[in-house]
Design a protein around this ligand. Structure first.
Ligand SMILES: [Zn+2]
Length: 122
C-alpha cells in the first residue's frame, strides 16, 4: 500500500509517503510492483481492488497466493501488475494533468471491492 510513515529526527518530525510491501511490511525502494485486480470482461458490474505493493521475488509470490484467496478467479477476478517506478511516474503525471478526453479516452465506472478475507472478518 501507499502509506504515511512518521519519521523523527532533525530538523523536525515528518510524515512521509512511502510504498510499503503488503507481504513483509518493509519499505519498497527500488525493485517492486504494484498489484491490483479487476473484473473487467467478466459478467456484472466492473469491480476493482485497492492497489497493493510488493517487493519482486519472494514477496510477490507470497502475495499472489493471498490474492487468489481474497479475489478468486471463479468470481471473475484477474490479477494485474506493473513495475513500481512506472506506476509512480504515471501517478505523478496524472495528479497534475487531466486525461486527454479529446483523444477518445473515457473512464469506466468501477466499484472498489475490499478483499474477501477482510469482508468476512468484519
Ligand atoms: Zn516485501
Amino acid at each position: 500500500m501507499i502509506e504515511y510513515i512518521g519519521v523523527s529526527g532533525p530538523p523536525d518530525a515528518l510524515v512521509c509517503t512511502i510504498f510499503v510491501c503488503d507481504t513483509c511490511r518493509e519499505q519498497v525502494i527500488e525493485r517492486g510492483n504494484n498489484v491490483w485486480g479487476s473484473t473487467a470482461g467478466a459478467p456484472g458490474p466492473r469491480r476493482g481492488t485497492p492497489i497493493h505493493v510488493t517487493h519482486e521475488g519472494h514477496c510477490d509470490a507470497a502475495f499472489d497466493q493471498w490474492f487468489a484467496q481474497a479475489y478468486p478467479d471463479a468470481d471473475g477476478w484477474m490479477q494485474l501488475s506493473e513495475e513500481l517506478d512506472f506506476f509512480a511516474r504515471q501517478l505523478a503525471h496524472n495528479a497534475t494533468k487531466p486525461l486527454p478526453a479529446d483523444d477518445g479516452i473515457r473512464t469506466h465506472p468501477q466499484q472498489l471491492t475490499l478483499p474477501r478475507l477482510a469482508q468476512e472478518t468484519q
